[in-house]
Design a protein around this ligand. Structure first.
Ligand code: GDP
Length: 436
């Protein structure tokens, strides 16, 4: 519970073993006792006290730790509601933390990311944003702009002093300084998107080459399959896995696994559908057999796509290898593997790192934009920088320039939420789950 009356409500329903007045209880402490209704003990609990302003929401807060299990938890919730508490909206605790100024909007949004993280890397990025690394970067950029805004205001307020020329020079210097920083952030979204959504990956190949065996090998390696999604094409399921910490969203894993009987085996038609959707294609071939016309059809699908060719079943005598001139024509990433013996998975990982330039990014130190709302606002800010430059080149008066610079500030302010409309705030917090 959070809010002015939370301790009053608590007093009505909780009897501590060692009674103490609320004024005498320190924040960040716990008390042991019972939740009681009409003299009946409902559960034995621990209650944590957080006193304003040192709490998640900055309000008086308490947390009741009951025994697990749906019935008891539901019962205690009911008792709280009966005694005057109101059910929180999704994200309401975090929303209060934002509205009360403890965190900015960007940090509030990263709380959702941390909760929903599907890979360690995504969680790490979320935590970093929660710590305020991105907020600080945005704040620094805003400060650079504000420093120059002061001079602009002077030029507007005292037109009799001829400060305009100096000011224009300073504005251009400021734009030169700020623009690359914003561009770097904008670009980081390419990777941010991958961190958040995974690389959309299709495993294709004609029947019996080992698609489902590869899938199993990846899943065994990864043990922690996190989520299944509805695929974008009808009747498909997408599974989120990580290979060496790189998140992949595998397209139609169910289709591959279920296609057991010979007639149903996933072949070229299905492969074509999957390839269309994918950011990365893993094309598998049976290295014990010569390439067939069907294999060539598969190869045609990886043209102009990021792709990895896998020559499977190398535990058996092979006829195909990475020197095959036809294969080399289609991709330079050729891996020999045995899905059966789970050999070769690390090479897949290395190839993906190479294909997506992951080595160039230092995930631990770099600030990465993962949220499309933030990305769009940064893009708008860059557009407004370009417009400001045009206005200056066209010798427009300084008050016109000021309008465009204020637009840049507004775009950045919308990211951290210093200025932001209520409906946007509501939309953001509606994405939270209850109780967060
Ligand atoms: P899919 O139709 O492409 O999904 O192929 P499967 O994964 O069902 O594999 C077809 C057959 O090849 C099965 O009998 C597998 O056991 C076998 N197989 C798959 N990968 C390998 C491998 O690396 N080595 C060997 N020896 N057999 C494999």
């Amino acid at each position: 519970m959070s809010g002015e009356n939370s301790f009053d409500i608590l007093n009505r329903i909780f009897i501590a073993k060692k009674q103490q007045k609320i004024e005498d209880i320190k924040g960040y402490t716990m008390k042991y006792g019972n939740i009681v209704e009409n003299g009946q003990i409902i559960d034995e609990v621990l209650v944590s006290y957080f006193k304003a302003p040192k709490s998640y929401t900055t309000e008086n807060m308490c947390e009741i730790n009951s025994h697990g299990g749906n019935i008891i938890v539901k019962k205690i919730l009911e008792i709280c509601l009966k005694n005057g508490a109101e059910l929180a909206e999704p994200g309401e605790f975090t929303k209060r933390a934002f509205l009360n100024g403890r965190i900015d909007l960007l940090q509030a949004e990263s709380v959702i990311d941390v909760i929903n993280a599907k890979s360690e890397r995504e969680a790490k990025t979320g935590i970093k944003q929660l710590e305020g690394m991105l907020s600080k970067k945005i704040a620094d950029i805003k400060q650079d702009i504000l420093d120059v805004m002061v001079n602009i205001e002077v030029a507007i307020d005292y037109p009799e002093y001829d400060v305009e020329e100096v000011t224009n020079q300073q504005i251009v210097e400021m734009l030169d300084k700020v623009e690359p920083k914003l561009q770097a952030l904008e670009k980081s979204f390419d990777n941010g998107k991958i961190i958040k959504e995974g690389i959309k990956t299709a495993i294709i190949g004609k029947p019996n080459v080992g698609k489902s065996s590869l899938l199993n090998a990846i899943l065994k390696e990864d043990r922690a399959i996190v989520t299944e999604y509805e695929g974008t094409t009808r009747d498909t399921i997408e599974e989120f896995v990580t290979i060496g910490g790189i998140p992949l969203k595998l397209i139609d894993t169910a289709g591959i696994r279920e296609a057991k009987d010979e007639v149903e085996k996933i072949g070229i038609v299905k492969s074509r559908e999957m390839a269309k959707e994918a950011d990365l294609i893993i094309a598998i071939f049976d290295s014990t057999k010569e390439l067939t016309a069907e294999d060539i059809d598969i190869l045609e699908l990886i043209k102009n796509k990021k792709s990895i060719i896998i020559l499977n079943k190398i535990d058996l005598p092979t006829v195909l290898d990475e020197n095959n001139s036809l294969l080399k024509k289609y991709s330079s990433n050729i891996i020999k593997m045995s899905a059966l013996n789970q050999e070769g998975i690390e090479q897949i990982e290395e190839n993906i790192i190479k294909l997506f330039n992951f080595n160039d990014i230092n995930f631990d130190n770099e600030t990465v934009i993962t949220n499309v709302r933030h990305k769009n606002l940064i893009t708008k800010a860059i557009e407004n920088i370009k417009k400001t430059r045009e206005i200056i080149e066209n010798q427009m008066p300084v008050d016109m320039i000021a309008i465009f610079i204020k637009n840049i500030l507004e775009n950045l302010g919308n990211i951290t939420g210093d200025i932001v409309e209520e409906n946007i705030i509501n939309e953001i917090f509606s994405k939270f789950c209850l109780g967060k």
